[in-house]
Each structure stands twice: as C-alpha cells, then as structure tokens.
Design a protein around this ligand. Structure first.
Ligand code: UDP
Length: 436
C-alpha cells in the first residue's frame, strides 16, 4: 500500500525459477513438447512481460505462477509485474469487475479519475517497461496502456465476461482497449461491441505439475490432509461434498450451502452421512472477500456438517488433496470467466456439478465429466449430488473422462503455445490460427 505520492508502486516478481519443459513429457507426450520448443525457438531471449494486479489469489495469479517459469525454461525472457494500489483502488476495481459482469453498482467520476487513472499513472512513475511483448491482465491495469510507460507490443488479456458490461464503464474502458495492439478473451461470446483491434480466444489452463495439480492417490491425499482434518475435526471416513473458490458474490456459495442442508436430510443420503467442506480465500485485490465469508457463515448458521474454511494452510497441497478425495465437487457461479477450480477438480478425477455459465460449459460435459445445472436450481443440484454420492462407479467413469478432457484442452502447455504463436505474429514472424 502507498501513502506517499512520490513512491513507485510497480512490483516485480522476480524469484520464479525456469522450469524445464521436458518435465511435462509424461503428461503431454514428446510430440507436444517438441512442438512447443519449435514455436519457442524464434522467441529465444525475447522479453515477454505480464502485468496484473496481484501476485496471490484468483485464477490469473495461479496461471502466471506457471506460465512465467515454463516460458523461461523455453528460453524466453519472461517477467511478471503487479501494479499496486491503496484500498480505495481495489475497492473501485472490484466494483468495476462486478459492473463489467453485469451487476449494478455505484461509481463516480472521482473514482475513475482520482483513483483508477491516478493509480495506473503512479505505478509507472520512473518506470519504463521495455519488452518485445507485454500482456496486461484484466481491467485493473488496463489504463496503464495510456497512463503507464511501455515500449512494447501490447495485448490486453480479459479474463472476465464483458458481454453484459455496463455501457458507461465499457465506454470508459474501450479507448484504452483500442490502444492495445490486440486483446484476448476466454470465450467468443464474452466480447462486447466496439473493439477495433484484433481479438483472440485463449482458454485458461492449469499446470499439471504444480503442487496443487500434481496427480496423487486417494491414500496420499488422505495422509496429507491429516493435519487439516485434525485441526477442524473433520472425519476422513465421511464422504466429502466440496466447493472451492474466492468468497465472492458471483461464486454463489450460499446456494451450495442451501442445497447441502436439504441434501443431507434425504433419507437415503442420510445413511452416507456426507459433509460439506467450503474452502475459500480472500485475494489481496478483493476487499469484499471477508464480507462474503461472514455472509456464508450466517447462512451455515452453525450446521455441524458444514466446514467453512478460510485461507487454509499449505493451500495448494491441501486443495489438490481435497479435490482428489471429494465425492462431489460443486461450482455453481452466477458469472464465471472460466472457473479454474472446475479444471482442477476434473484433473483430480472428480466429476463436477457446474452451472451453465461462462467457461464452465466448456469443461463440464453433461453426463460425461459431470452435470450442468442453472445456478439457482437447488433441486437439480441436490439430485445430481445424491446420484454422485450413491453411484461410485458412475463417478469413476466420469472421473476418467474428466482427466482426459483436461489433458486434451486445458493444460498450461496448450495455453503457452497459443500465447507464443500470438507473440510470433505480433513480432512479425507468422500468423495465429485462433483469431476470432
Ligand atoms: N484458490 C485457492 N485457494 C482458495 C480458493 C481458491 O488456491 O482458498 C484458487 C483455486 O484453486 C483456483 C483459483 O484460486 O486456482 C481461482 O480461479 P478461478 O478461475 O476458479 O476463479 P477466480 O478467482 O479467478 O474468479
């Protein structure tokens, strides 16, 4: 946080060591590795920067933690910067985020000019980012294209669904977006009118080798969760219904709580004695997290079968293990850019009950890798959760399909290849095939 106008706020995240791409051979196979090396070849020593607004929490940070070291291992000179603002900046950009996703919230001209633009300017005070290719992520640092100081080909990467963005905010952001050389969205239908520069589609992805996503056995997961389970008095023998996400209004955790309260009293389900574990964190750029957590606690109202956990220790290992162990994973957001948690659960072989929203529909293939529902359709959530709790064989079948679906479509190596093809195009090397 800053108090002094003369301070420089841009933070560089340097300590990410390069990762050798060959370590992914067993997951994606040698031909895909060789293809990546071939694409990276002409990008060797080129500078590729990422700019976002937090090093911790949320899907963007999660992906950059892997993208940067892997591309470094491929010979590209990658760096990740995060802009920094005061509480007011994060409160405003969180409102932007909500308004862009179609929620009605207030904002003022002072918010825009005194805080948003000023923070974007302030972060680049005395700092010129000189690179071959720079990807700026999401609305928080979007205005830095004009108010910052870059010497680079510039791409804006939007991770959220802007299709129903409030007109005023969209019209405010558009001139900035149109100052970039191109923009990237997760889905074709997230793109709102008015963008005059080329638009590309790249779906988010997970790193299959990072601590959270490495594949493990159920026994290993059980062993590793011993401390967490002891701390919270969670019985490892009881079936787990799991939800993982930031505490956020769009994640719709209240519906999961309501559905579980009804599910657990079903006469057949009762015999299985399931428990609901809700894991969540509050990202540093998300001032609403603690408030939402409190609302979820109120909704749970002391129910002894529901465990709401906040900022759990050894986050990545424990989340991966919980996803491996869960009988059912539920993610019924009302708005969702993509939903990396869904990918993560599928990759651990756990089928997902997901809402028919945003990128979740790319991941949950109805009846094959899980079940799709409308976000507030409690009856169907209960019905599918019951089915999954009572039919282990069917869950196993879906779990196997889920892992293969992620391997084919949502691994970080695929995402990196697309980024590098785009970078090659921007640097005048060749033309990417995934332009919208
Ligand atoms: N996450 C985490 N700990 C938590 C809650 C979430 O590590 O307590 C991670 C989660 O595993 C995922 C990311 O945060 O990698 C959330 O990404 P997603 O795309 O699902 O949602 P976003 O937060 O970007 O809206």
């Amino acid at each position: 946080m800053y108090n002094n106008e003369s301070e420089k706020y841009l933070k560089s995240h340097q300590p990410l060591e390069a990762i050798d791409i060959m370590s992914y051979k067993d997951v994606i196979g040698l031909p895909k590795i060789e293809r990546l090396q071939q694409v990276a070849h002409l990008l060797e020593n080129k500078k590729w920067f990422h700019v976002n607004s937090t090093f911790e929490g949320g899907g963007v940070a999660e992906m950059l933690k892997s993208v940067v070291p892997i591309v470094k291992g491929l010979g590209v000179d990658a760096k990740w910067y995060s802009i920094e603002g005061n509480d007011q900046f994060y409160s405003i950009t969180k409102r932007f985020h909500n308004i862009i996703q179609g929620v009605n919230q207030e904002f003022t001209l002072e918010d825009l000019f005194e805080t948003y633009i000023k923070t974007n300017k302030q972060n680049f005070k005395d700092e010129v980012l000189e690179a071959d290719f720079t990807v700026v992520h999401d609305p928080q640092p979007c205005a830095s294209i004009v108010h910052g100081d870059y010497k680079s080909k510039m791409v804006w990467r939007c991770h959220i669904d802007t299709s129903e963005a409030n007109e005023m905010i969209w019209n405010f952001l558009l001139p900035y977006i149109n100052n970039y050389d191109a923009s990237i969205f997760s889905m074709h239908n997230f793109v709102k009118d008015g963008i005059k520069k080329p638009v590309y589609q790249i779906v988010p992805a997970i790193d299959p080798l990072c601590k959270k996503n490495r594949q493990r056995t159920k026994q290993e997961a059980l062993d590793n969760l011993a401390d967490l389970f002891n701390e919270h008095n969670i019985d490892p023998e009881r079936p787990i219904v799991l939800a993982v996400s930031r505490y956020d209004v769009h994640k719709n955790q209240k519906t999961i709580v309501d559905a579980f309260k009804k599910l657990k009293v079903d006469s057949e389900v009762k015999q299985l004695n399931p428990q609901l574990i809700i894991v969540g964190n509050a990202a540093t750029d998300d001032p609403e997290g603690m408030h939402m957590y409190q609302e979820i606690l109120d909704e749970i109202d002391g129910d002894p079968d529901i465990y709401p956990l906040l900022n759990i220790p050894d986050n990545d290992e424990n989340i991966g293990c919980l996803m491996k162990l869960a009988s059912v994973f539920i993610h019924v957001s009302t708005k969702e850019g993509f939903g990396l948690v869904v990918t993560e659960a599928l990759w651990q072989g756990t089928p997902v009950i997901g809402s028919r929203v945003g990128g979740i529909v790319l991941q949950v293939i109805d009846g094959k890798t899980g079940f799709l529902v409308e976000p507030f359709d409690i009856d169907r959530i209960i019905g599918f959760a019951k089915h999954m709790l009572m039919n282990k064989d069917d869950c196993e079948r879906m779990g196997i399909a889920a892992v293969e679906h992620v391997r084919e479509n949502f691994l970080i190596t695929t995402l990196i290849e697309k980024y590098m093809l785009l970078m090659r195009f921007e640097l005048g090397i060749d033309f990417p095939y995934f332009r919208i």
